[in-house]
Design a protein around this ligand. Sequence first.
Ligand SMILES: [Zn+2]
Length: 222
Amino acid sequence: MSIELTELFDNNRRWAEDTEAREPGFFTKLLNQQTPQYLWIGCADSRVPANELVDLLPGELFVHRNVANVVVHSDLNALSVIQFAVDSLKVKHIIVVGHSNCGGVKAALHHWRLGLVDNWLRHVQDVRHQHRAWLDTVDPARQVDALVELNVLEQARNVCTTTVVQDAWAREQTVVIHGWVYGLHNGLLKDLAMTVSGPNDVDEAYAAALNGIRTRYAAPAD
Ligand SMILES: [Zn+2]
């Protein structure tokens, strides 16, 4: 085993010991159940570790990550995660989280050819295409982050229109969809105010959040 991988096992052993010392019985308590309140749908980027940045422990956050936090209606992986989270775990919140300076979004914006992933990022290019007229008016230095935020809105809306979430709302199960962005430069989360708790809220929340993005990017960067 290489030195680097040995280090991972050493780290793991230390982490497990520290966790158990801090809270005796921590792992055995989690053996039979997990009761997370949140499903996090985020980017696979190594700089955006879901549990760490909201300071949640194992058992508290159900997580799905892929390149550029995309939710596609034909992606059985994402749909299965959403279905299990909503129907079995009964999570109360589904949060789509993009992040500033996302490499996937950047590649989509600039039409970079990276390989197979280009096909996946086609979904982000669709978002770009949809908002092209406005995006072209944004300062080029801020276009990646503007598209990151637009992408969060679109993917959050995609979550809202899955059959899983639509069915949950139809039986009056509480599940709220959110759109957030994480700042790589400061470690802080920003709520895009795309907050949807029922089928009738989708269009209004989307319009308000879109308006918020447009207003923010029309002003100088904060
Ligand atoms: Zn990313």
